[in-house]
Design a protein around this ligand. Structure first.
Ligand code: 7RM
Length: 650
């Protein structure tokens, strides 16, 4: 791990946006005093604070006696309690919300379905009964490899109803990645589809499943939803049509009342080595935190139409497309396809038609829209929006301002939410009715979340100075283990400072105590003795009028230790030139200081990204250094991008 004792933070942001008065008046948390009161309560008596939240947030079949049993690094929350997550998402709402849309679905080709809470409940129960008929029991692992269709949510909820452990694999992953994950998780039944729609083409899910099954996986049955084709199944006794499985199944299925710590899901995430980690989450603590943070951070109201654009294959899709919104009884929008299919205004069209009130998306998408200009946005009435959220990577102030002004019409608070697959739910974020925001800052940890910026000896770093982001006390939705590898769990997350969760991120606070994320600590570079967060240099570059996107990495340098290499994509209508390189270098020097001036600028048509849109800086480091990477590229969005970057080698 990088030594980040003195990460130099040079980006300063002086704009502050207090929450609009009308927003605060109606909000769940209305002022910084309210926030502070909750924070103090949680700090003073965490057992009481979390115990109260758990009782308020969830239906308990049997109450818990012990709020927390903490034997670092192992936590057990709400120990004796029993509950069921599907019951909390569906059954308890039915008396009031049976006819309210739970899911508004739109397929990429334009097909639409509104599914009420009552209908969703029926579908979940039928599938749960179908899975039972295949022998799926409490604790069995079920794989889910589906496009973004309502059945993905149905599948997750059916597993939760039975106490089966789901492991969703993003539909964009390859056969190889799927096989590796299914094998590691010991999946018995896989729920998939013939295909899904993405960018006007079919994603061949079934083909990938067949390829995965040519290797050992342990999968006994594959249930296939018809989405894109004619419903023909592959040959063999393993395959079964989804429709046939649910047909004639009773639409009631008694929920399995599971212990609080019963495993809920395994979700694979990349680590610093090639082999992905199976992050394990359990039931009650996860559910409580997902429910609470969705309501507080997005300030949910009964009549909200809420749209989180993440795929269910990512943790954001788990917590903020499916479980969080459904536990709160709101209407959640599910869109299958690409943001700019068939045209650059698809998102804005969806928002206008469904009167979306809350939009939660990723900086990479925001920058892509910015690159297309304001035109496509202006064709639509976005006045239904009242709140905007961002997640996945640091959002540069320029994109934040564009999001606020152009998408939000200057009226909607922006919540920049920091969290991870491992944390299960949002950890650092504004509360939109309370927190004055600063573009680019995730602001403050939520009540009860002890996010602290420390040096390697565990000492708090002074304000303004960068350090390592730790969570120093357990929280209910924390991961419980790396599936099948408890040692890796302890080593990856709890070995930097004993008993404290290490996030892998660098961060700083400013003079007002606001938290600024500085990227992964392995993205920190040391240039001529100065440590810089690469995100800050990127942010400066993106602030230039001609730049669409930028990724900055270090390259070994005889003189400076590390030289800065910037990969830059330009906004439409701008051509690469040596003059522009000079202009950009000067711009960074002006924005941040000479220490941050890139030593080399390379123009690119695109940047290599993971399927979830994170720039793969490791790969870029290899390209910058002229190495041919042998790294795992299974999550790379477009291998052509990488080939092109290598060809540009001078
Ligand atoms: C939810 C999610 C986690 C990593 C995390 C950070 C980065 C996420 C923000 C952010 C700055 C944010 N889970 N990250 N959100 N960085 N500001 N608001 O993305 O497991 O896939 O990624 O993403 O580096 O460690 S994740």
């Amino acid at each position: 791990m990088a030594d980040t004792q003195e990460i130099v933070s040079v980006l300063t942001e002086s704009r502050v946006f207090p929450p609009p008065a009308e927003f605060s008046q109606r909000a769940h948390i209305r002022s910084m005093q309210d926030y502070q009161r909750l924070w103090d309560e949680a700090e003073k008596d965490p057992q009481k604070y979390w115990g109260d939240r758990a009782r308020e947030e969830l239906f308990w079949k049997e109450p818990f006696q012990t709020v927390l049993d903490w034997k670092p690094p192992h936590a057990r929350w709400f120990v004796e309690g029993k509950t069921n997550l599907a019951y909390n998402c569906l059954d308890r709402h039915l008396p009031k919300l049976k006819d309210k849309p739970a899911i508004l679905f739109e397929g990429e080709p334009g097909d639409r379905r509104a599914i009420t809470y009552g209908e969703l409940s029926q579908q979940v129960n039928r599938l749960a009964n179908g899975l039972k008929s295949l022998g799926v029991k409490k604790g069995d692992r079920v794989g889910i490899y589906l496009p973004m269709v309502p059945e993905a949510a149905v599948a997750m909820l059916a597993c939760a109803r039975l106490g089966a452990v789901h492991s969703v694999v993003f539909g964009g992953f390859s056969a190889e990645a799927l096989q590796e994950r299914m094998k590691d998780a010991g999946v018995k039944v896989l729920l998939t589809a013939d295909g899904g729609w993405r960018k006007g083409a079919v994603v061949p899910l079934m083909k990938n499943v067949e390829a995965a099954l040519t290797h050992a996986t342990g999968i006994e049955k594959v249930v296939v939803l018809t989405r894109t084709g004619d419903g023909k199944l592959p040959e063999g006794p393993k395959f079964l049509a989804w429709d046939a499985l649910v047909k004639g199944q009773p639409d009631t299925c008694e929920p399995e009342w599971v212990e609080s710590e019963h495993p809920l899901f395994i979700l694979y995430t990349s680590g610093s080595t090639g082999k992905p980690k199976g992050v394990l989450h359990t039931t009650a603590g996860y559910a409580m935190n997902a429910s609470l943070t969705t309501r507080w951070v997005f300030d949910l109201r009964e009549d909200d139409v809420y749209w989180c654009t993440a795929d269910v294959g990512w943790v954001t899709g788990h917590s903020y497309v499916v479980y969080g919104p459904l536990m709160n009884g709101v209407t959640t929008v599910l869109y299958e396809g690409a943001p700019t299919q068939p045209g650059p205004d698809r998102f804005w069209d969806i928002i206008e038609r469904y009167k979306v009130s809350i939009l939660y998306t990723a900086p990479t998408a925001i920058r892509a829209f910015m690159r297309l200009g304001d035109g496509p946005v202006k064709q639509h009435d976005l006045s239904s929006l009242r709140l905007l959220g961002s997640v996945g990577e640091p959002i540069n102030p320029e994109a934040w301002m564009w999001y606020r002004d152009v998408i939000g019409g200057g009226r909607c608070p922006v919540v920049d939410t920091w969290w991870q697959t491992e944390t299960g739910s949002i950890m650092i974020s504004p509360l939109p009715g309370a927190t004055p925001t600063k573009p680019g800052s995730a602001t403050f940890p939520l009540p009860g979340i002890h996010a602290e910026i420390l040096d390697r000896d565990g000492k708090r770093v002074p304000r303004g100075q960068g350090g390592l982001l730790f969570v120093t006390k357990p929280w209910p939705s924390m991961l419980r283990s790396v599936y099948g590898d408890p040692e890796r769990y302890a080593n990856t997350y709890f070995s930097e400072l004993p008993g404290m969760y290490f996030t892998g991120d660098g961060a700083r606070t400013d003079a007002d105590g606001y938290v600024w994320l500085m990227g992964r600590v392995d993205d920190v570079v040391n240039v001529a003795g100065h440590r810089l967060g690469t995100a800050e240099v990127e942010s400066a570059l993106v602030a230039h009028a001609k730049v669409a996107e930028a990724a900055v990495v270090g390259r070994p340098d005889d003189l400076k230790g590390t030289a800065l290499v910037a990969f830059v994509t330009l906004k439409q209508g701008n051509a690469p030139s040596d003059a522009l390189k000079k202009e950009l270098a000067a711009h960074v020097a002006k924005e941040i200081g000479a220490i941050a001036r890139p030593d080399e600028i390379r123009f690119a048509e695109g940047l290599p990204k993971t399927r979830s849109g994170k720039i793969m800086r490791r790969l870029l480091r290899d390209v910058a250094a002229g190495n041919h990477s042998t790294q795992d590229t299974t999550t790379l969005e477009d291998l052509n991008v990488l080939a092109a970057l290598r060809q540009n080698d001078e």
